[in-house]
Each structure stands twice: as C-alpha cells, then as structure tokens.
Design a binder for this molecule. Structure first.
Ligand SMILES: [Ca+2]
Length: 195
C-alpha cells in the first residue's frame, strides 16, 4: 500500500512530464483541424486529474503498467499504459520512448518514423496519415471523406456489383412487363375492331 502511495506521489509530482503537446499542436497546425488530448490519451482532457484514464484514478495494477510504459525506452516493447489510448501505446511500442522524446523537437517527423503500416481503426487510412491529416486513428468514420469512400467501395465492391446487377435486372423485367401489357392491349383493340 505504501509502495503504491509513493508510486502515485512520484507520478503526481512528475505530472507535467506525462503530456507531450508538441505532437497535438503539430497535427492541429498541419491539418487545420481542432485536436485534443484524445489523439493519444485515454482521457480527452489529458493525463492529469482524477477522472477515468487520468493518473489520480489509477489502481495499483494500472500504476504498475504506467511505470512499465514509462520505462519502455527501446522500440518493440509492447506497453499498456492506462493513460494512453491504443494509438498512444502503439507509438511507444513501435518507436520506443527514447525516440519519442527526441521527436518532441521534430513532431513533423513522427509519421515517417512511426511508418505507414498500422491502421488501428481499419478505415483504410494509415495511423501516420491520420496524424498528418488531423483525423482520429481510432474512429473508422473519421477521416478524409474521399479516402473513406474509396476504401468502403473497395471493401463492399461485391455488394455494389450485386446491387447494380439487381437494379439492371429489375429495370429489364419492368420494361418487359410494360411491353407485355402494351402487346396485350393492342391485341384486345384489334379483336374489338375486327370481331
Ligand atoms: Ca485509420
């Protein structure tokens, strides 16, 4: 219990070192979109405080996870920091804490260093691209509209093809039905005219 208290006290004293607004500012300036702490953090108001996903609310187990995440200096170490969201955790996992701290002076390089392989929300737009464009990496309906449209078109192309074929078949059948009515009507008129 005392250890937990001391760990929490250490984190609270270190408070300001949990937030790295350089990346948020860059994304906002680069995209022109408003960005809040939810870009990387579990809580949209940032890591300091006592609400869910903030340091003051963490359980002993979560404090241990936070401590482990803060020590993940080398890349390739999976972390589960309770104050970060999946994108924040993946950044540290992929590039390591040391490189991440270096990039504070060059937040524009984060996308290249992180790479374009990961697409956490599977919307067809890489996390790194969403960082540059100021859209949310964990929301699959938040992204460049044309890119989302093309991705959905590709994903549901079979459905689109079936709908187009069904529509054509429907028009074809309706057209023949009208022709049938017309032919029937003409035949009836002829019979009435020449009984
Ligand atoms: Ca994405």
């Amino acid at each position: 219990m005392l250890n937990t208290f001391l760990l929490l006290l250490t984190f609270l004293i270190a408070g300001s070192s949990f937030a790295y607004p350089e990346f948020q500012r860059f994304s906002q300036n680069n995209s022109g979109r408003p960005i809040n702490c939810a870009m990387c953090h579990a809580n949209g108001d940032g890591p300091e405080g006592a609400s869910r996903g903030q340091i003051g609310s963490l359980t002993p187990d979560e404090l241990n996870k936070l401590n482990a995440a803060r020590s993940a200096f080398a890349p390739g170490v999976p972390i589960q920091s309770p104050i970060l969201n999946a994108f924040g955790n993946n950044i540290i996992t992929v590039i390591g804490k040391t490189k991440f701290l270096e990039l504070r002076a060059h937040p524009e390089q984060l996308a290249e260093v992180y790479g374009y392989q990961s697409d956490l929300d599977s919307d067809g737009i890489a996390d790194a691209q969403e960082y540059l464009e100021g859209t949310h990496t964990l929301n699959n309906v938040h992204g460049n509209p044309m890119k989302l449209f093309l991705h959905n078109l590709k994903t549901f192309r079979l459905h689109v093809i079936l709908i187009v074929l069904a529509t054509i078949a429907g028009f074809y059948g309706f057209s023949h039905l009208l022709n049938g009515f017309a032919a029937s009507s003409n035949t009836k008129s002829s019979v009435e005219r020449y009984p």
